[in-house]
Design a protein around this ligand. Structure first.
Ligand code: NAG
Ligand code: NAG
Ligand code: NAG
Length: 387
């Protein structure tokens, strides 16, 4: 009886805790939105004009030249209207559709706030503060909750028995640069769309690389099968981990995208499809030095903190203050370069799964050896066979 009572209390406490952490995230999101709205509401006339000018001349997005340029003769109402018009153009450009009852003032404020952040960042480029350029892209009006649900991935800490210490690979042991995407081992331009499925893209891509490097062709493996059959949460946050996904591919296998296409939505598991790949080993890196050895074997599935990544357009990201936590997004490390862009910096070359229109045709570059975005852990597949 007492055991039952303790059990009941534990269950109730767990439920209450889960409920509270969900509602506290919602409360935090509401506070963030309220703050951004207030910030935008308080902008001075000249701060608003600065945004309109930058939108018009293409300093922070593709030039919005259908927007009349801001002028000193504009009344305050004109300035406000031009900002609204710019937001309207943004809505059309990205075919935005919000759910019914959406807080449009919050969306507008998110957009304007992002414009301001990007503008300030890009002005810092002119002052020599950074080498990466940002832009106002499809994520500019995203809420904190939406950002979380786009990512939602992790990499497990405990190495499983199939993951072992990596060794450098002789073919590229002394390379000072390497880019698997130029060597036919990477599928370009993948897009997870609004769905927390990054971990299925990173893990299948690492195995695709392994097959391609061993001259068995560049196929596309099924992200959807992993999602439907092994992670019931599907697109919702708190979904998968890249290490679990790699282990599943090794133990259960996976079919091709052609047989089991990506629908970025919840699907029912189709069990009647055969795996097309066998993975010999999964090797693991736990820091950036080990990652450098690992990527010489093939494309590496890594996890990072994505919070400061959404606005990236091009160049090498060097800001070591960018968030290193929470680790919430899985991507594919495809290579590295020493002294990249003649900046004297060493960098990583990474493929994201946010579409080809994001970043450098779907890729980004980030300085190496500085733990930027918390990059440190990764997994590579070796000894792969088509079956
Ligand atoms: C906006 O201005 C009001 C009134 O001056 C002030 O109370 C509020 O803190 C300001 N909001 C922000 C985010 O600075
Ligand atoms: C790498 O460098 C070492 C030491 O200089 C050399 O022995 C080895 O043959 C080189 N490997 C390749 C693949 O060039
Ligand atoms: C680096 O990022 C942090 C956090 O976003 C920001 O506060 C800081 O201004 C950035 N540093 C530079 C040089 O822009």
């Amino acid at each position: 009886m007492r055991v039952l009572l303790v059990l009941l209390i534990t269950v109730l406490a767990t439920v209450a805790f889960a409920g509270r952490s969900r509602s506290s995230a919602a409360a935090q999101d509401a506070a963030t939105l309220a703050k951004i709205k207030s910030l935008v509401h308080n902008l001075s006339r000249s701060e608003k004009i600065e945004v309109i000018v930058s939108l018009f001349n293409g300093a922070i997005s593709e030039p919005m030249t259908t927007l009349p340029p801001a002028s000193n003769k504009d009344t305050n109402a004109d300035v406000d209207q031009k900002l609204r018009d710019a937001y309207h153009l943004f809505l059309i450009k990205y075919k935005k559709r919000y759910p019914e009852g959406e807080d449009m003032e919050a969306r507008f404020a998110l957009f304007v706030n992002t414009c301001r952040e990007v503008d300030q960042h890009n002005k810092g480029v002119l002052e020599g503060k950074h080498t990466s350029i940002q832009e106002v892209n499809k994520f500019a009006d995203m809420t904190p909750a939406e950002k979380r649900s786009m990512s939602a991935s992790s990499i497990d800490d405990e190495p499983s028995s199939s993951e072992s210490k990596q060794k450098p690979w002789n073919n590229h042991a002394n390379a000072t640069s390497l880019d698997w995407s130029l060597l036919g081992a990477v599928n370009p331009g993948l897009n997870q769309n609004p769905c927390g499925s990054c971990w299925t893209f990173a893990s299948t891509s690492a195995v695709e690389g392994c097959l391609a490097i061993s001259k068995q062709g560049l196929v596309q493996l099924s992200q959807q099968q992993l999602q439907d059959c092994y992670f019931k949460k599907n697109c919702k946050p708190g979904g998968g981990s890249v290490s679990k996904a790699m282990r599943i591919i090794q133990e259960q296998g996976v079919t091709t995208n052609q047989v089991y296409p990506y629908i970025h939505n919840t699907g029912k598991c189709r069990n009647n499809v055969k795996s097309v790949v066998k993975v010999g080993q999964i090797l693991r890196a736990n820091n950036e030095d080990e990652l450098l050895n690992l990527v010489k074997r093939g494309p590496v599935a890594i996890a990072l903190a994505s919070r400061d990544l959404h606005k990236y357009k091009k160049g090498v990201i060097t800001n070591t203050s960018f968030a290193k936590r929470p680790i919430d997004h899985a991507v594919l490390l495809v290579g590295f370069a020493n002294n990249c862009d003649n900046t004297g910096r060493d960098c990583w070359i990474v493929r994201n799964s946010w579409g080809e229109r994001w970043g450098e045709k779907g890729y980004f570059r980030v300085e190496r050896g500085k733990n930027i975005f918390g990059i440190s852990k990764g997994l590579v597949a070796v000894d792969c066979k088509r079956v």
